[in-house]
Design a protein around this ligand. Structure first.
Ligand code: SF4
Length: 164
């Protein structure tokens, strides 16, 4: 598959957000989420056919324009084609930018299933788990509910919790 045929389904790209990780970041919001958390802040993102198909090249161009580190969010980015998403991550890292990934899966879910191996080695930080309304908190940074955890990958692909 060439870069010209690689598409992802994007709701919007926002350059300069401060809520999806440290510092100014470019957030890419992907369409589609099957977790359907009660109290989700963005249920209009659930439709896997929502947003618009966008070429990886065009996503990278926008990210390069802003020059901020990048957050992949949604929706849940892991409902995209995982090979194409991993290629996007490789391109972003090639620009010298780091990547935070928000997902409704737990890190244990991802580590159990081989299909996520490549994406696990393509992002720097994972904010994991579904939003649980009964555990909603305004006192935790970069997350909505206290079950959600933030993990950072080291150079040996080991994950450790940060912002505890
Ligand atoms: S994982 Fe996120 S986007 Fe998906 S339903 Fe839960 S809160 Fe909403």
């Amino acid at each position: 598959m060439t870069n010209e045929t690689q598409y992802l389904r994007v709701i919007k790209i926002f350059g300069g957000t401060t809520v999806d990780g440290p510092g100014l970041r470019t957030s890419v919001y992907f369409a589609g989420c099957k977790h359907h958390c009660k109290g989700c802040h963005n249920p209009e993102s659930w439709d896997v056919n929502g947003g618009s198909l966008m070429l990886v090249d065009d996503i990278v161009n926008e990210i390069e324009y802003y020059k901020f580190n990048v957050t992949l969010s949604g929706g849940d980015p892991l409902y995209q084609d995982l090979d194409v998403l991993s290629n996007l991550c490789d391109r972003i890292r090639g620009l010298g930018l780091n990547i935070w990934l928000y997902t409704g899966f737990t890190i244990e879910d991802l580590q159990r299933d081989k299909k996520y191996d490549k994406i696990l080695s393509s992002v720097d930080v994972i904010v994991d788990g579904p939003f649980i309304l009964g555990r909603k908190s305004n006192d935790i940074i970069f997350r909505g509910s206290t079950n959600q955890k933030i993990f950072k990958r080291d150079k040996d692909n080991k994950w450790s919790e940060i912002y505890t």
